[in-house]
Design a protein around this ligand. Structure first.
Ligand SMILES: [Zn+2]
Length: 257
């Protein structure tokens, strides 16, 4: 057995321990966060997502509240989605996931022109360098939002962390609120500590009244569901994982610029 196979086996063996631990930590933070539901609804925003689905999982209810509050919302998805699932061609994956993204955002109430899907290569955002920083800076400059939402630099997924780092570089010194939304922290207990260390204590937005529509928007991403991925649960969206995003609140960590 190779080292990587041994490590993979150890990681799989720890999953039953890690998942409930990560859930407990995240749920406790969410309960203790500052409720900013009312204030958030009036602030315009740009939501940056590494992959199609992150915007809906992390910010779906917040986006709907802002639209209902009359605040402008732009969604920018950075990577093409070419690599997942691996048995489809890159062209098929890009087309399927782009269609899922647009259908999901329509359910959230976004006009088609409020959704931009860029073509950075999926799984390689950590080597995108200045071009990623420039893309984020351009997007924020052209929309002048009150807030920017992005994944956390402590997110265990390398694309998520890379986009967070690039966004911080792009926005340093700018008069905008930067808020990090957790995604894969819900599977890795230790990443919560790094998330908190990189930001201020959590703010939360209530999903009350928006949960059913968020559920419908999430279910659109059928190509990413573990049930469609042959049981590779660690890399697909499982019902348990999705439950964290279909809870009473969405959670954000303000990042200093
Ligand atoms: Zn993602």
């Amino acid at each position: 057995m190779t080292m990587s196979a041994a490590r993979r086996r150890l990681e799989l063996a720890l999953v039953p321990v890690k998942l409930p631990m990560a859930a407990r930590i995240g749920e406790s933070m969410s309960r203790r966060g500052t409720d900013v539901t009312a204030a958030s609804a009036g602030r315009s925003c740009v939501v940056l997502a590494p992959h199609p689905d992150d915007e809906t999982l992390g910010c779906g209810a917040t986006v709907m509240r802002k639209i209902d509050g009359g605040a402008g919302v732009q969604v920018i998805v950075i990577s093409d989605g070419a690599t997942w699932p691996p048995w489809r061609t890159p062209e098929e994956n890009i087309a399927v996931r782009d269609a899922e993204l647009r259908a999901s955002c329509r359910i959230l109430g976004l006009a088609d022109e409020a959704v931009t899907h860029l073509s950075f290569p999926e799984t390689r955002l950590d080597s995108a360098g200045d071009s990623l920083v420039d893309a984020v800076a351009d997007a924020v400059r052209s929309h002048t939002p009150d807030e920017v939402y992005v994944t956390s630099e402590a997110d265990p997924h390398s694309d998520h962390a890379a986009l967070a780092r690039a966004t911080k570089r792009a926005l340093t010194g700018r008069a905008v609120r930067l808020l990090a939304y957790p995604v894969w922290q819900w599977e890795r207990p230790r990443s919560w500590a790094r998330t908190v260390a990189a930001a201020s204590p959590a703010e939360t937005v209530s999903t009350a009244g928006y949960l059913e529509r968020k559920r419908q928007a999430v279910e659109v991403f059928s190509s990413q569901m573990s049930s469609a991925l042959g049981g590779e649960k660690i890399q697909g969206l499982t019902p348990g994982f999705l439950g964290h995003f279909l809870a009473e609140r969405e959670m954000f960590f303000p990042v200093a610029l």
